[in-house]
Design a protein around this ligand. Sequence first.
Ligand code: BGC
Length: 746
Amino acid sequence: MLLLFCGNTRVIENEETRFVSHLLSQMTIEEKIGQLVQYSSKEELTGPRVSNKGIGIVSDVKKGSVGSFIYVDGAQRTQELQQLAVDSTRLGIPLLFGFDVLHGYKTMMPMPIAMASSWNEDLIKKCAQVSAKEAASSGLHWTFAPMIDVSRDARWGRIVESSGEDPYLNAVVAKATVEGLQGNSLADTLTIAACAKHFAGYGFAEAGIDYNTAEFSEQTLRDVVFPPFRAAVDAGVSTFMTAFNDIGGIPCTKNKDLFTTILRDEWGFDGFVVSDWNSIGELVVHGVAENKKEAAFLALDAGVDMDMEGRCYRNHLLSLFEQGSVTEEMINKSVERILKIKYRLGLFEDPYRYSSIQRETVGVYNEGTLAVSEDMARESIVLLKNENDILPIKTQNKKIAVIGPFANDKDVPLGTWRARAENYSAVSLLEGLESRLNGTKDIQFAEGCRVVNGEVHYKSLLDIEKNDRSGFTEAKRIANGADVVILAIGEHCYQSGEARSQTDISLKGLQQELFDEIYKVNKNIVVVLMNGRPLDITAINEKAMAVVETWFLGTRSGYAIADVLLGNYNPSGRLPISFPRHVGQQPLYYSKKNTGRPEKKGSTSIYQSNYKDNKTSPLYPFGYGLSYTTFSYSEISVNNSQFRKGESIKLSIKVSNDGFYDGTETVQLYVRDLIASITRPIKELKQFKQVDIKAGESKIVEFIITEDDLSFWHRQGGVYAEAGEFVMMIGPNSENHQTKTITYDI
Ligand code: BGC
């Protein structure tokens, strides 16, 4: 075991293989099946409850019939349960404790869609490191993150857990998150195993309805859905999770092509695969298995190693084995994969190494972890509109009215999947402003209206408030006397997330009306949006002087927003997803195809691929975000306008900060393959670089282009680039660029 630290991978692998094979050779078939079973804690569920009939959790642990738990955490609790497994079972195989640590464990980082808006790979990695440290200090070994489903439909609630619409950006986030969570060694007690989810195509649920069928081509699967998952494998991710949906009639949880042919044989993934919550049992409901027994066979045969909450492996694998449909070899493979990860985590050396009450007390929720969350919160904010430079708030603007249902909310900024964050522990916007202003301005607050009524919980349906206008008068009164109004509106954090699909993505309840009423008495409105999906904000966007997208920013939300509003921080976030003008545009994404009848500017022909009742373009495009300064771009220069396979060329562009603030610009490179054997998107993000440029200064930004940037998947021959002309586009977002055409030859 000590060899784990000697840095010689071959020796480690041999040692690991020897250890695991030896252990496997001592295990009974019942003990082997036990390793493939995951239970949840009794109290917490993240999906419908599965019957516990005939199951005694404690007695099952003692028998060695459970390999893992979800939703059991805390140093003390994990220590106790681990002890039961280690002391009472014949071979003392330790349990694996997993938990959804999506954006922090106690210290809440911004939601993933917000973190992706930072486009800051290093900071995303740091947030994952902090989350891992907190979780690992509380007895956890494993998180069900990152969620890297490319998501293009704002009606789908889980967009908030994703990094948005683009495969490349999702891949960057996948790599950073896996590296941050797992560190250099899983055996480090401050790291945990990551899980790439949900494989595959879950973000393409038809009509944005959660769990719905996803229907798309193999080309889309390969070029759009896969890249983040491939990046996670390349970053050494330990586990994968199946997706609930079916593609082409095959529910992912029984898709052997996905989990065996592609993931393992093609990509070389050597970790294990866990089902999603009861997704093996749901094969029956999908109508592809007659009963749970058949479902268990189909999932194991596809390469799904662990059954989360489904009871299918627990109740049926033994009889499938006894009747000869499942071989011991099939079971061994899955057990081996799971034991390997337990070995890599160092659990055989010391099963209690993660359950440290001392580390849990000092390593969690402290100034250090909170500071990282605050940095990320600032960098996640996207400035969408800033007319007449109303922001940052000027010194002469002494009277500020802070209004809106989310203006003093200490809970909503924590978002969904909040692990062990204490409810109501976020810094509200009002608190943030008061603290940063420290009495230097006159701040007045009024809620104006509420978005939801009564009990709010992530498992309950929300009752939207549509009638109570009693707060309007006070809101208008304070707005009337203010120099500037800060209006915090959007959606409640439990309006997005799992099973939170919506047909209407406009501002719910009385929020639009509140805006209109305030607008009657004060036009200087700065809208601060809190939301988990792109909303239809067309109406307020026309009238508001400024719009600031903050998503759900986590524990230190209010400080971060105040810093941006007051100019302590120059906003640098960029949208990871297009903002629509109308829900009818969904799914909306920039990397569309040209079609045979593309929209032509200025043309009056009716025969164009566009809407006739609205613009086809987004309200705000992917990659978009303003700064308090302005950047300009020179033309692109290129060291060679042609290159061949195996070679590269260099593109350079001068980016100048023409304004009065130092700022960070995200320089984005998009590519278009002009003529190819199949239709290609009109642009695809291939690289980006973030540069800090001081006011009045310039920087040269360079991109090295290789075949990789021009490639796509081919049914025959895999991923490669075709010879021909390519348009290179460099600019501040997906709609605005300098261009240069280059030629690639094979
Ligand atoms: C979700 C997964 C999550 C699991 C366990 C499921 O409902 O789809 O993303 O990891 O529950 O909480």
